[in-house]
Write a new protein. Structure first.
Length: 95
């Protein structure tokens, strides 16, 4: 994914609310399932890691992206943005 494409996705995600929240128990099956369902429906989702987790836990976003076959677009603070294109994408990325 090019830098231009990531910038475009970050701009789309800037106003989105988080649709998946990761609590103190980390990546449970329910969290993974809800993230998978949200990606299937939206292609681009924002994930929030609750503040009671340590800052070192931010690698959890990359782990979640790897489990779902998604691209980690951005991590800012306790929020991460994931993108996974559909076969017929709703979001058209710039070239």
């Amino acid at each position: 994914m090019t830098g231009k494409q990531k910038r475009y996705l970050r701009s789309l995600a800037a106003t989105m609310p988080p649709v998946v929240q990761i609590g103190k128990n980390g990546l449970e099956n329910s969290v993974i399932d809800s993230a998978r369902a949200a990606l299937m429906a939206r292609e681009l989702i924002k994930v929030k890691l609750h503040n009671n987790n340590s800052p070192e836990d931010k690698t959890i976003f990359q782990e979640l992206a790897d489990m779902l076959g998604a691209e980690l677009v951005q991590v800012i603070g306790f929020n991460g943005v994931l993108y996974k294109a559909k076969k017929e994408p709703k979001i058209i990325l710039p070239k």
